[in-house]
Design a protein around this ligand. Structure first.
Ligand code: ZN
Length: 204
C-alpha cells in the first residue's frame, strides 16, 4: 500500500510538473521570439538591425531588416524576426510551386510591407497584425524570364501564373495563421496577406 501511495505521489508530482511546464509555455499562437535571431543567422542570413518605429500596440519585438533571404526582395523587408523566420521556412515551397506551375524560378519577391501602425481593415477596433510586424503583404513575384506575376493582374488568370499565385496562397494556409486574398474583400485585391495569428483563416 505504501508503495502504491508513493507511486501515486510520484504520478501526482509528474502531472503537476507537466501542468507547470505547460503554464510556462507560450500559447500556440505566440510568435517564437526566443531563439529567432539565432535561427535567422544559422540560416546564413545577413540580419541588419532595424530601429522599428512605434511603441505600445505598435511595438515590434525583435525587429529585423533583410535585403534578401534565399530570394531578393524588391525593397528591404523591415519586419519582426518571427515573421522573417516564417517567411524563410515558407520560401522553398514558393519556389517549388513556381517551378511546378510555370517552369520558372522565382528571383524576386514583390511586397507591400510588413510593419504599419494601424487598425485592422474591416475591424477598426482591433490593431492590425501589421502593427507589430507579424504580417506580410505579398504583391507578387518576379520570375527568371524577367516577367512579373502580380496578385492584382494574375490572381484570376486561368493560366500558370494564376495557378501559381493561388497555389502559393493555399500552401501559405498551412504555414501562417491568416491568409487573405482577393477572394476576401476589395482591400486585398492586389496582395496576399499572411500573418502569424492569433486569428486563423484561409481565403485561398
Ligand atoms: Zn496585410
Amino acid at each position: 500500500m505504501a508503495a502504491a501511495r508513493s507511486l501515486g505521489r510520484i504520478l501526482t508530482a509528474a502531472a503537476l510538473a507537466t501542468l507547470v511546464g505547460c503554464a510556462r509555455e507560450p500559447p500556440p499562437s505566440a510568435p517564437p521570439v526566443v531563439g529567432c535571431l539565432e535561427a535567422l543567422r544559422a540560416a546564413g542570413l545577413a540580419v541588419e538591425p532595424w530601429a522599428a518605429p512605434g511603441s505600445g500596440a505598435c511595438r515590434v519585438e525583435a525587429p529585423v531588416r533583410l535585403a534578401r533571404t534565399g530570394l531578393t526582395f524588391d525593397r528591404p523587408l523591415e519586419t519582426s524576426c518571427p515573421l522573417a523566420l516564417a517567411w524563410l521556412r515558407f520560401e522553398p515551397e514558393v519556389r517549388a510551386i513556381a517551378r511546378r506551375e510555370t517552369g520558372l524560378e522565382v528571383v524576386r519577391v514583390l511586397h507591400m510591407g510588413s510593419h504599419a501602425c494601424r487598425r485592422m481593415t474591416g475591424n477598426a477596433g482591433r490593431a492590425s497584425l501589421h502593427a507589430r510586424a507579424l504580417a506580410l503583404d505579398l504583391a507578387g513575384f518576379e520570375l527568371s524570364d524577367g516577367s512579373r506575376v502580380t496578385v492584382l493582374e494574375h490572381w484570376s488568370d486561368r493560366g500558370p501564373r494564376g495557378r501559381f499565385l493561388r497555389a502559393v496562397a493555399k500552401a501559405a494556409c498551412l504555414r501562417f495563421a491568416m491568409v487573405l486574398t482577393p477572394k476576401s474583400d476589395r482591400f486585398h485585391r492586389d496582395h496576399i496577406h499572411l500573418d502569424l495569428g492569433p486569428f486563423a483563416g484561409c481565403d485561398a
